[in-house]
Design a protein around this ligand. Structure first.
Ligand SMILES: [Fe+2]
Ligand SMILES: [Fe+2]
Length: 376
């Protein structure tokens, strides 16, 4: 089928339009990708739902000036049409790709697509349910971006003969409920860490193009700028109510989310050694580098950062990683010994997490305004 003249998800004005355009493409010939995307474990990207009414009631007047500037920037839509293959898209030799690399890379693409789409679904739903124009405008713009991102990854997957069925996922994947404030912490962090991840890979490949084994990495700079601006939006939302970042209980929650998001990233990335080798990236260096950038950025919104140079930090991340391997192996083995090993692994993971969580954090005085520009 000639898809040259069919409108593409990259130019869609809304998430709904982008999804419909993706759905109109010829179906993939296997369901494996959607099966992977459907998985719900602690480590796979989840779909979230929340108290949309409470979120709709946010009053952005305390940050009005910055808010209007930010929305104007997003409405100007500098990346319209960007997330589409063009002449920079080199031919990918999927059949010639080393099988282990192919498996890990496809896993990376599916998990990234699911994460992008998870944001899209949450933002789109907020837009649909809300009546506060500030909030619905923001969420519709962010949903638009995430749908384009997910669509673009799907274009890449389609070349390998697979694709994530976005419509099916929306209807069938389990949704996890999070209170609005948890959505702010988790989503703020995942947008900013997403920026830090994409820009770190982009800069590395800019310096070492010989490691760029797939063209999608060329698109990462504009990509991470979208994520950066989504993070800016959540930073402003956090600013509308000082209690969100200043109360004692909320500080504990912020620390919990920081530790969980960093820990999850560490474990997940260490599961893809061949992929990182192919990129010429030392996965341990990469993890710490991404944490460093994210921590620096998060000083705009959070009253402290995690001490990622503390002597207990790295050893316990490695323990968390080893424990998660043990849990996965125990689960695969099954039976009495498998279950025992899995339970022991879970206990080890809990201890490692507690050891990370109790590392004293580094206090940070919040700046006057949160606004930042992507600087890496
Ligand atoms: Fe995205
Ligand atoms: Fe995003």
């Amino acid at each position: 089928m000639n898809t040259q003249n069919v409108p593409h998800s990259s130019t869609a004005a809304t998430a709904e339009e982008a999804i419909a355009r993706q759905e109109a493409l010829p179906p993939p010939d296997n369901e494996a990708a959607t099966d992977v995307a459907m998985q719900n474990t602690l480590l796979t990207p989840r779909f979230y739902t929340t108290d949309f009414e409470e979120m709709d009631a946010i009053d952005v007047s305390p940050v009005r000036e910055e808010w209007d500037k930010m929305i104007a920037g997003m409405k100007a839509d500098p990346n319209k049409g960007h997330f589409k293959k063009n002449e920079d898209w080199d031919e990918v030799d999927w059949d010639g790709m080393e099988p282990k690399l192919k498996r890990e890379f496809i896993d990376f693409l599916i998990s990234s697509c699911t994460a992008e789409f998870s944001g899209c679904v949450l933002y789109k739903e907020m837009k649909r349910r809300g009546s506060n124009e500030d909030i619905t405008t923001l969420f519709q713009l962010m949903a638009r971006d995430e749908a384009r991102h997910a669509g673009f990854i799907n274009d890449a997957l389609r070349e390998a003969g697979i694709a994530v069925n976005l419509g099916f996922l929306t209807r069938q994947k389990k949704y996890t409920y999070f209170r609005p404030k948890f959505i702010y912490y988790a989503t703020y962090l995942s947008e900013k860490i997403g920026y830090a991840r994409y820009i770190t890979i982009y800069r590395h490949l800019e310096a070492h193009p010989e490691y760029r084994f797939h063209p999608i990495f060329k698109w990462f700079r504009e990509w991470c700028n979208d994520e950066f601006s989504h993070g800016e939006a959540f930073a402003l939302l956090l600013r509308t109510d000082p209690k969100l970042t200043q109360s004692f209980a909320n500080k504990l929650w912020i620390k919990f989310f920081l530790t969980a998001v960093y820990g999850t990233m560490w474990v997940r990335d260490h599961q893809r050694p061949v992929f990182h080798d192919a990129l010429g990236v030392d996965v341990t260096w990469y993890g710490q580098e991404v944490f460093r950038k994210t921590s620096e950025i998060s000083k705009q919104a959070f009253p402290f950062t995690l001490d990622i140079d503390h002597p207990r930090w790295r050893p316990n991340l490695d323990r968390l990683q080893a424990a998660s391997v043990q849990v996965a192996k125990g689960k695969a083995k099954g039976g009495v010994t498998g279950t025992a090993s899995r339970v022991a692994g879970m206990a080890k993971a809990a201890f490692a997490f507690a050891a990370l969580y109790t590392i004293p954090s580094i206090p940070n005085a919040l700046p006057e305004t949160s606004r930042l520009e992507p600087a890496y």
